[in-house]
Design a protein around this ligand. Structure first.
Ligand code: NOJ
Ligand code: CA
Length: 557
């Protein structure tokens, strides 16, 4: 029996999370329940029917709603065990859990262990004197010999990770904003306090946690410099500050001791039946990613496979990455997949509307648990946010990049404020999409050709298809390699589904020897057609075909 458990973990865990589709709600931008212009827990609860019935997802990842100065959208926490009044009350959270569970929706909350807000009482204490009992709860270092920061580490938000605190003459570490000091996970009291935070939310009914920057909890204990990159490596699909790209981040994160603390977290989660921990870990080589499961599958239930977000949108490149991911994963490991999130450019802006539909089919049919960012089901695009309306403090750093364009409000209707809020437009958390009529849920739900209709069809199919949720994955190698087409099969028992994705602008012919029927297509009017031998793929078309065992050949017309 696990020494951390107060209850016995359920050995017959249902593995619900392997069949689930997770929806990333971004709380301040999802739905405003009290008319102040900011999304909240009541608004999310009001939207559960949309998630369960209209869309058909299985879990919602809420986003941080804890007490916070909101400089980093709530990832700067000043009290882990209370609700930020802007987002509601503890009773609102409890009601969310009850209402979600009534609809068979699981609720995943953020667990933000790497840092707190500088307003957190622990940090207020810690910075008050070198001898304070909380001093070692954060990472304090003397200036380098000759002055200046203790080492060269750069922050994701820009600049050095070190901030000099004049009161005590030492620097503290902040891997993100200056106002987000890093906790010292090598301190046993910190670990104990944070594990209590975890228990607090699991006791209140959370079905799992998404661990923020899980790979960052442990740093090099000697605080050695990161090697400098001769050529900065900027990933166009990430929105980090350019300073971050100037070095190899090998000492400020991912120290091998991180697996021990993640295992401690996992042991707490495992004391609660059917709860999960998902880890946000940055894109990294697959062999490193695989370590986050643990050889005994005792670290994270599911680490995010962020390399897929960062891979160029090309059929062959993505197919190769998926092969490499599956090869690296330990036996019985299960990935959590995403093609976008609240830190990245919107899928429809990055790929274009037509390819965003191809991405929908891909994400919902690959082996793993898909995570959708709110609004991606509508093809919501990035929208520039005027400087005076920006919320993301990362953007205020010199050279900083704003993630606000990704985070604009969910457009529910084509009416006032997109049905997001009753407040005056100037009070809205962020401005509403300029393409409101096209993107609104109310418009798209009536339109079979819409992005929302496509998501609904695929999600409905997934629900009744064991092959698509848990079937084995097999890449079908074209006889004539074609860089625009990726075809794979998911199969279990007698059920076979072939997924064919056309990344290009030309018609393609794909030979599917045993035939079948197109059950979903990104192109209206092409569903239901029989596939005898040749499947014709229109430009930007992706299809799911019901078929027997298959292999295929692809050629350009
Ligand atoms: C990752 C979160 O996704 C991001 O939004 C946040 O700014 C950082 N972690 C810091 O918590
Ligand atoms: Ca509100």
């Amino acid at each position: 029996m696990n020494m951390y458990c107060r209850t016995t973990a359920d050995a017959e865990s249902s593995l619900w999370w392997q069949r689930a589709v997770i929806y990333e709600n971004h709380l301040p931008s999802f739905r405003d329940g009290n008319g102040d212009g900011i999304g909240d827990l009541v608004g999310l609860t009001m939207s559960l029917d949309y998630l369960s019935d209209a869309l058909g997802v299985d879990a919602v990842w809420v986003g941080p709603f804890y007490r916070s100065p909101l400089l980093d959208q709530g990832y700067d926490i000043s009290d882990h065990c209370d609700v930020e009044p802007v987002f509601g009350t503890m009773a609102d959270f409890d009601r969310l859990i009850v209402e979600a569970h009534l609809r068979s929706i699981r609720v995943i909350v953020d667990f933000v262990p790497n840092h707190t807000s500088d307003q957190h009482p622990w940090f207020v204490e810690s910075r008050s004197s070198r001898s304070n009992a909380h001093r070692d709860w954060y990472v304090w270092r003397d200036p380098a010999v000759g002055g200046g920061p203790p080492n060269n580490w750069t922050s994701e938000a820009g600049g050095s990770v070190w901030e000099l605190d004049d009161l005590t003459g030492q620097y503290y570490l902040h891997s993100h904003l200056i106002e987000q000091p890093d906790l010292n996970w090598r301190n046993a009291e910190v670990r104990g306090a944070m594990l209590d935070v975890l228990r607090f939310w699991l006791d209140r009914g959370a079905d799992g946690v998404r661990i923020d920057v899980a790979h960052m909890l442990m740093k090099d204990p000697e605080f050695r410099d990161n090697p400098v990159r001769e050529i900065p490596e900027v990933n166009e699909y990430d929105l980090q500050h350019a300073d971050f790209a100037t070095q190899h981040h090998i000492n400020d994160r991912g120290h091998r001791d991180v697996f021990d603390v993640l295992r401690e977290i996992r042991r707490v989660v495992d004391c609660y039946p059917d709860r999960i921990c998902i880890g946000e870990i940055e894109g990294m080589p697959w062999a490193d990613w695989a370590k986050y499961f643990g050889e005994q599958l005792d670290v994270l239930h599911m680490p995010f496979a962020f390399r897929l977000i960062e891979t160029p949108w090309q059929a062959g490149a993505l197919a190769d990455e998926v092969d490499a991911m599956l090869d690296a994963a330990p036996a019985d490991a299960w990935a959590v997949l995403a093609l976008g999130n609240h830190d990245r450019p919107r899928l429809a802006s990055r790929l274009g509307q037509a390819q965003a539909r191809v991405a929908a089919i891909m994400l919902l049919t690959l082996p793993g648990t898909p995570t959708l960012l709110y609004g991606d089901e509508l093809g919501l695009e990035d929208q520039p946010v005027p400087a005076e309306r920006q919320r993301d403090r990362f953007a205020r750093m010199v050279g900083g990049v704003s993630r606000d364009p990704t985070r604009t409000p969910m457009p529910w209707t084509s009416g006032r404020n997109g049905g997001f809020s009753e407040a005056d437009e100037r009070l809205l958390w962020l401005p509403i999409s300029k393409r409101l009529t096209e993107v609104a849920v109310s418009t798209q739900i009536e339109d079979d050709s819409s992005s929302l209709a496509l998501y609904r069809r695929v999600l409905a199919l997934r629900r009744r298809s064991p092959a698509l949720t848990s079937g084995a994955y097999r890449r079908l190698v074209p006889v004539t390699p074609n860089e625009d087409v990726w075809v794979y099969e998911r199969g279990v028992g007698e059920e076979r589904k072939v997924v064919a994705l056309n990344f290009g602008q030309r018609w393609q012919r794909t030979e599917v020897i045993t035939g079948g029927e197109v059950v979903v297509s990104t192109v209206l009017g092409r569903e239901g057609r029989a596939v005898a031998e040749r499947l014709e793929l229109a430009p930007n078309e992706a299809v799911i075909v019901n078929t027997g065992a298959a292999h295929h050949r692809t050629e350009s017309k």
